[in-house]
Design a protein around this ligand. Structure first.
Ligand code: GDP
Ligand code: FO1
Length: 315
């Protein structure tokens, strides 16, 4: 695997599974993940960056395997006391997790960038993969629903994704990326791009909403492959399928192919979705069929190996 230098574009839970597999088989520094920060928000005065943290905890193997977010062996003393005090505790911060938020928030207040404090935290967790926030500025995913417009975490956690989604937008005074992201995309040694199986609308689109990221990727002559987050007409976890229905989209891999049509050269779909091969290939996207459900670490490394092989075939 020494010749592979990859960029993965990822949200948190689903995307982190593939990133874990890639991280396991690549050499240190060969994987750079451009991470979604559209979910970031200020909560109890702290800066929370859930997808970056999910990626760090997952790659460091300290993540909570049941929820997909937060840390394993967590305690909830602060969360419980916040409840007793009548303070906000709808967004559950474990005690260990909270230490990270305290540390990062102080660094940001002292003028550090999100990119540099993320790099510092990743090094403390001994990661061999580089996690690059999509931006050092606030770019807020806003969900317009039948119950009004709300920031992402209010929709996702406070309202438990119950409101019906009408539109998703990304609000920012500075919709800019970082020099680190652009350098990574323009690296002459780069082998290609992998779009991880994250929620396309809520986790990948915020990254692609930054014009300079999308344009620079489109100008690159390196191959681009996505792994479908939809299997057999449903999402594996989370509200992807529900949101697709609410936005009037058919819940299948063809819709995922159409969504990424101008961006990707190849799409990896599940064995159960073989019937879509022809239709997707006629839209100009090459298809690889595999078992893309990642139930354990072996699944993650096997799928990562297959995705790299596919990327190399397309280069
Ligand atoms: P994020 O979008 O990666 O931040 O995490 P979410 O939990 O919001 O979305 C998870 C997405 O990943 C959903 O669309 C899931 O269907 C998808 N996903 C989760 N686990 C797997 C998996 O094992 N295989 C595939 N192909 N997709 C997955
Ligand atoms: N997701 C929830 O559904 N409920 C929570 O209370 C919650 C807390 C939380 C704390 C830290 C963190 O890094 C993530 C957390 N998440 C929680 C997940 C978060 O909402 C993510 O943005 C989503 O999983 C989408 O990627």
């Amino acid at each position: 695997m020494s010749e592979n230098n990859l960029i993965a574009i990822s949200g948190g839970i689903g995307g982190a599974k593939l990133c874990y597999g890639l991280d396991q088989i690549l050499e240190p520094g060969q994987l750079r993940v451009i991470a979604n920060t559209g979910d970031d928000f200020l909560y109890l005065g702290f800066y929370i960056s859930p997808d970056i943290d999910t990626l760090i905890y997952t790659l460091a193997e300290v993540n909570n395997k049941e929820t997909g977010w937060g840390r394993e062996d967590e305690t909830w003393k602060t969360h419980n006391v916040l409840g007793e005090l009548g303070a906000d505790n709808w967004f559950k911060l474990g005690d260990k997790d909270l230490a990270l938020h305290l540390h990062r928030s102080k660094a940001l207040r002292n003028g550090e960038t999100l990119t540099s404090i993320t790099q510092d935290i990743a090094e403390r967790f001994k990661l061999k993969t580089v996690i690059l926030p999509m931006s050092d500025h606030i770019i807020q995913t806003v969900v317009d629903t039948d119950e009004g417009s709300m920031p992402f975490q209010e929709y996702f956690v406070k309202e438990s994704t119950n409101p019906k989604v009408r539109e998703i937008s990304f609000e920012s005074k500075h919709p800019e990326t970082t020099k680190e992201v652009l350098e990574a995309i323009n690296d002459p040694e780069l082998s290609g791009f992998m779009i991880a199986p994250s929620n396309p609308y809520l986790s990948v689109d915020p990254i692609l909403s930054i014009d300079k990221i999308k344009q620079t990727i489109m100008q690159s002559n390196k191959p681009r492959v996505a792994v479908s987050p939809i299997i057999g007409g449903d999402s594996v976890k989370g509200p992807t399928a529900k949101i697709m229905e609410e936005m009037g989209l058919e819940v299948n891999v063809m819709t995922i192919a159409n969504h990424y049509e101008d961006l990707i050269d190849g799409l990896i779909i599940d064995n159960t979705d073989e019937e879509y091969i022809q239709a997707i290939e006629s839209s100009g996207i090459k298809v690889k069929v595999s078992n893309i459900l990642m139930n354990n670490n072996d699944d993650k490394t096997r799928l990562a190996e297959e995705a790299i092989e596919f990327l190399n075939e397309l280069s």
